[in-house]
Design a protein around this ligand. Structure first.
Ligand SMILES: [Zn+2]
Ligand SMILES: [Zn+2]
Length: 183
């Protein structure tokens, strides 16, 4: 779905849709599981920078919700999590900020992005919003044992026979801390 400035100039456009998995490419960071719901409104906001300098910004407000599979931070097995967020975004024409000008919009709640030529792609916005909403770190379970750093075995499935050694970085860091405290 593309929002064209010329169409938005006539009237705001409300959207309420469900995107099937595959409609948006989220790369390696997340895989859509089930429908991605997105609803909101696109409209034009005119920034009056001078009598002959009016910039047509697109304001996109709405929300999305869906389920996604993301890799566990320790064992990289897929974990299904719900993601959802509200957004309120301003997009300027890419050329409008070429020269530094005083900005007439100073809404702290909104973020500024840019649209190319004369239209804004909803899919592009959703991709970015979904990726921004990803938790910093997802674990399949709080006590995920992770992958063995030596043989690569998923230690949740079966213990491997590798010796627990200094290859576990967390223990190394802890040991280093202890020796520093002692000295
Ligand atoms: Zn895990
Ligand atoms: Zn191992």
């Amino acid at each position: 779905m593309e929002f064209k400035v010329s169409e938005l100039e006539r009237e705001p456009i409300d959207f309420d849709l469900e995107l099937a998995p595959g409609a948006v490419d989220f790369g390696d960071e997340a895989e859509q599981a089930g429908q991605l719901a997105a609803a909101g409104r696109a409209e034009v906001l005119h920034e009056h920078r001078g009598p002959r300098d009016i910039v047509a910004d697109i304001r996109l407000r709405g929300r999305f919700a869906g389920r996604f599979q993301v890799p566990c931070a320790r064992c990289v097995e897929p974990v299904e999590i719900p993601l959802g967020a509200d957004f309120d975004l301003i997009f300027r024409p890419a050329a409008a900020d070429a020269e530094a000008t005083e900005r007439s919009i100073t809404a702290p709640e909104t973020e500024i992005g840019y649209y190319q030529k004369d239209s804004l792609s909803l899919v592009d916005v959703l991709r970015e919003q979904v990726l921004l909403s990803l938790p910093v770190r997802t674990l399949c379970k709080p006590d995920c044992k992770g992958l063995c750093p030596r043989c690569g075995e998923n230690r949740n499935n079966q213990p491997c026979n590798c010796e627990e050694g200094p290859s576990d970085l967390r223990w190394e860091a802890l040991a280093g801390l202890r020796s520093r405290i002692k000295s």
